[in-house]
Write a protein that binds this ligand. Structure first.
Ligand SMILES: [Zn+2]
Length: 62
């Protein structure tokens, strides 16, 4: 049976998993401000979650 030539170290497999995760981050539209955000997280742009404001967001200077 074919065998891997070198042991895959813990560090190397973790680095690969991090890269895979960064390429597969799921995004949904915020129902309040319509920016793309991660699901099941407080919106970092408007501070809303589940229709309620749960965080005070500082307005970014333009
Ligand atoms: Zn939002």
């Amino acid at each position: 049976m074919a065998q891997p030539k070198k042991k895959t170290t813990h560090s190397r497999s973790r680095m690969r998993k991090i890269k895979e995760h960064l390429e597969n981050v799921n995004l949904v539209e915020c129902p309040h401000c319509h920016n793309l955000i991660q699901p099941h997280k407080v919106c970092p742009y408007c501070g809303y979650y589940d229709g309620k404001q749960v965080l005070e967001v500082e307005k970014a200077s333009k």
